[in-house]
Design a protein around this ligand. Structure first.
Ligand code: ZN
Length: 68
């Protein structure tokens, strides 16, 4: 637990989940990763990754947004 706190203070690397916009820890992405056109994307959960795999172009272009 203490090590985890220190990681936060050191500035853990995060990336933005392209589907829902959440910050995801790149060292341990809960939803795994997906490479698309030379870029690695990180996901908060498996559901987001599957959504992105289905229509990566849609999410990257902003055409598609997760609807609440
Ligand atoms: Zn997500």
């Amino acid at each position: 637990m203490v090590g985890r706190l220190f990681d936060m203070f050191r500035g853990t690397q995060t990336a933005t989940d392209p589907v829902c916009g959440m910050d995801v820890d790149t060292k341990n992405p809960p939803g795994g990763t997906f490479d698309y056109q030379g870029t690695t994307y990180y996901f908060c959960g498996k559901g987001c990754r599957l959504e992105f795999e289905e229509d990566a172009e849609g999410y990257l272009s902003g055409r598609k947004k997760m609807e609440m």
